[in-house]
Design a protein around this ligand. Structure first.
Ligand code: C2E
Ligand code: MG
Ligand code: MG
Ligand code: MG
Length: 276
């Protein structure tokens, strides 16, 4: 009796496992097809300089335009793409497309805009990342100063020495480096001063509940003060209300992104905003 039950449990698990494996295989096939058949798009979210109120840059955010499901947000496929290694070719496509787009805006005579691209851990530690980026800059003719790479604390944690070297190389190519989702990574602050970065992006979880949550206000103010002490620029993510913006401005925050100014937009809508 017990033995039979054990076998049933076992069969139950193997069935579940092969179902999961099949789902993954299917997802991998669909992502590969998306890569080959222009199934990905970038949306662009403005970054606003608080002092002047001007758009100074934008973040390129990836979406998967699936024939069956429509637009799929990155959180639903990036973790799998990262796990399977597909993030490397997908990330190349993102870098190339964002650089091409920024070059087009320059050619159209628009004021220079910085374009920020999210990197994943796999990409950061890919041996030939610097060469890949150099090739993309050369091919698109985008000045390296116009490209910002966003990294997270967790990508660096535990590899601080290698990070100093890798980021130093990217920095020496003229690229700008930003730490995304800052404050969520539980990392020690001492590594920060050794990294050749320009910008801290305050995670939106600390901005969301301003001004209701006193702790979040203290944390945001603390990150801004820290950034200023370390001579870094600081950008707040997820700014949705004028009250939030006023508080961040008062604390000395340099720039922001968020629905208050604009959601991430498809390229045509973003260009309308640029020309306004
Ligand atoms: P992130 O880099 O922290 O991007 C900010 C996210 O906050 C975006 O979500 C954006 O749409 C959202 N957001 C912006 N303003 C507001 C606001 O005012 N309120 C709220 N509630 N949300 C706001 P999205 O586009 O869904 O991207 C989610 C995450 O996916 C990104 O977080 C980034 O970590 C990742 N991601 C996006 N594109 C790429 C990519 O090309 N490569 C990699 N590796 N990761 C990417
Ligand atoms: Mg980002
Ligand atoms: Mg973020
Ligand atoms: Mg994030």
């Amino acid at each position: 009796q017990a033995k039979a039950q054990g076998r049933n449990t076992y069969r139950f698990f193997t069935d579940a496992m092969s179902r999961a494996a099949q789902l993954h295989l299917n997802l991998e096939r669909r992502l590969r097809r998306a890569l080959e058949q222009r199934g990905f798009v970038l949306h662009y979210q403005p970054q606003i300089d608080i002092a002047s109120g001007r758009m100074v840059g934008c973040e390129a955010l990836l979406r998967w335009n699936d024939p069956e499901e429509g637009l799929i947000p990155p959180n639903r496929f990036i973790p799998f793409a990262e796990e399977s290694g597909l993030i490397v070719p997908i990330g190349d496509w993102v870098l190339e497309t964002a650089c091409q787009q920024a070059r087009k805006w320059l050619d159209a005579g628009l004021p220079p805009l910085l374009v920020a691209v999210n990197l994943s851990a796999r990409q950061l530690w890919q041996a030939d990342l610097p060469e890949r980026i150099a090739a993309i800059l050369k091919q698109t003719g985008l000045p390296p100063q116009s490209l910002e790479l966003e990294l997270t604390e967790s990508m660096i944690m535990g590899h601080e020495a290698q990070a100093v070297e890798r980021l130093g190389l990217l920095r020496s190519m003229g690229l700008r480096l930003a730490i995304d989702d800052f404050g969520t990574g539980y990392s020690s602050l001492s590594y920060l001063k050794n990294l050749p970065i320009e910008v801290l992006k305050i995670d939106q979880s600390f901005v969301r509940n301003i001004p209701q949550d006193r702790n979040d206000m203290e944390i945001s103010a603390g990150i801004i003060a820290l950034a200023r002490k370390l001579n870094l620029k600081v950008l707040a993510e997820g700014v949705e209300t004028p009250e939030q913006l006023a508080f961040l401005a008062e604390q000395g925050c340099d720039s922001y992104q968020g629905y208050l100014f604009s959601r991430p937009l498809p390229v045509e809508a973003f260009e309308k905003l640029l020309l306004r």
